[in-house]
Design a protein around this ligand. Structure first.
Ligand code: ADP
Ligand code: ASP
Ligand code: MG
Length: 425
């Protein structure tokens, strides 16, 4: 008998029929002798619909009323858990549903992007031992003042892995609408290849660089608590052989095996959620970066890439990127207080940029990846606006209309559709 957590995303929960399929799949695991906790998302499109209603009332609601946004957005998952419990009970499988605060899933108070601080597994264990499937809302929690919080878009992945860590589950199975993690989004590159395994480090980079197949915080949890995590399809026959299902998809591994060491690049990630801001001709003196980025951090805005140009005539240009959703808020802050305070001559903003990244642990031992990437983009006529690198990734900021072209060209240049990209460089 194993203790497993199943997570089902929006598409997997997208209709009554799909919810009934989820119930059949979960019942199969229970009937095979396993204890199952299920963490579902809202039905597909539901979170967008709910947030859209709020925006109809006030376009600035996310900035002005973040607490209320979470009150609204969290309800999508509440409907899902109730429906799934009914579907399980209807086929004779005892089940009980809980919202985040009932467990409780405790978070900090950063509305719309709260972080899980702890999860109480006592009640969950009790129900499991009494033979019930426990269904817990994804995406939501409760803060120290009993406010309902949500974990940021795609947050149900994080709920699932965090629950798995809290109850020391043997495995967390992330069921989704693709059958695993691919070399890049299979919806953008038709011949992207599914990987049987991906290292935790690579998955962390892919997620942080925009591969929305897993929310980054879920991968961080998997790493911190060594949760065995697998991404697999929910769209297969729910009655398929459980042993085949249990070994399908992509496993996130904590060790590199021989094959993995050979691959130079394992994937291309991309994100359209980017915006770039440049402060021109800022007097170059100690404290410039802090004086620009300090107020942004204080406003709880995450900065991603940063470039400070070499000083010319005592001034420097300073560029950074933020999430596109925070572009207006950041520009307002920069124009109203930061730029005048640091003495910038002017400010440029561009919310039509995208980030494309090549990821692979093989980069540690291979040179030439960056030049191959730049060469490929230049042949495709794509101008690079910013570059950032780490030991296992290279990211570039480009005009967003070229994003898909860049992804396809790089996927081909690094030969990712074929098994191992040893001679890619
Ligand atoms: P869910 O609703 O199940 O959480 P998401 O839409 O959040 O599903 O994530 C699954 C989607 O992630 C896929 O449909 C696919 O388009 C996208 N995706 C992006 N990058 C990758 C990748 N490298 N491998 C697989 N899927 C990816
Ligand atoms: N329903 C939430 C969203 O759409 C959380 C999730 O699906 O993971 O972002
Ligand atoms: Mg998701």
């Amino acid at each position: 008998m194993a203790l497993v957590v199943h997570k089902y995303g929006g598409t997997s929960m997208g209709s009554v029929e799909r919810i009934q399929n989820v119930a059949r799949r979960v019942a199969k695991w229970v009937n095979a002798g396993h204890q199952v906790v299920v963490v579902p998302s809202a039905m597909s499109g539901e979170t967008n619909r709910l947030l859209g209603l709020a925006k109809e009332i006030n376009a600035n609601c996310a900035d002005m009323s973040p607490r209320e946004m979470d009150m609204i957005a969290s309800t999508g998952e509440q409907v899902s858990v109730g429906l799934l419990a009914i579907a399980l009970q209807a086929i004779g499988t005892p089940a009980v549903s809980y919202t985040g605060w009932q467990v409780p899933v405790r978070t900090n108070s950063a509305f719309m992007k709260a972080r899980i601080e702890s999860i109480d597994g006592v009640k969950v264990k009790k129900d499991l031992d009494a033979g019930r499937v426990v269904i817990i809302t994804g995406f939501q929690g409760v803060d120290p003042n009993n406010n309902i919080t949500t974990l940021g878009r795609g947050g149900s992945d994080t709920s699932a892995v965090a629950v798995a860590a809290a109850i020391k589950a043997d495995e967390c199975l992330i069921y989704t609408d693709v059958d695993g993690v691919y070399t890049t989004d299979p919806r953008v590159v038709g011949n992207a290849r599914r990987m049987d395994k991906i290292t935790f480090e690579e998955m962390l980079e892919m997620a942080s660089l925009g591969s929305k197949v897993l929310q980054i915080r879920s991968v961080e949890f998997a790493g911190k608590y060594q949760v065995k995590t697998r991404v697999l399809s929910s769209l297969t026959d729910p009655d398929m052989d459980i042993n085949i299902e249990a070994n399908s998809g992509t496993l996130i591994t904590f060790e590199e095996d021989e094959n993995m060491e050979k691959a130079v690049i394992s994937g291309i990630a991309f994100s359209r959620d980017e915006a770039k801001i440049t402060l021109n001709q800022v007097p170059d003196m100690p404290g410039v970066a802090f004086n620009i980025l300090g107020p942004i951090a204080a406003a709880n805005i995450d900065v991603d890439m940063i470039i400070q140009n070499q000083s010319k005539n005592g001034t420097t240009d300073f560029s950074f990127t933020v999430n596109r959703a925070e572009y207006n808020k950041t520009m307002e802050l920069i124009n109203s207080t930061v730029a005048p305070a640091v003495g910038a001559a002017s400010v440029d903003g561009n919310d039509k940029v995208a980030k494309v990244s090549a990821v692979g642990i093989g980069m540690r031992s291979h040179v030439g990846v960056a030049s191959k990437m730049f060469d490929t983009l230049s042949h495709a006529g794509i101008n690079i606006q910013m570059i950032s690198t780490s030991e296992i990734k290279i990211s570039v900021i480009i005009e967003d209309k070229f994003m898909e072209l860049a992804v396809r060209e790089l996927h081909q240049a690094f030969d990712l559709e074929n098994e191992v990209s040893t001679d890619a460089v």
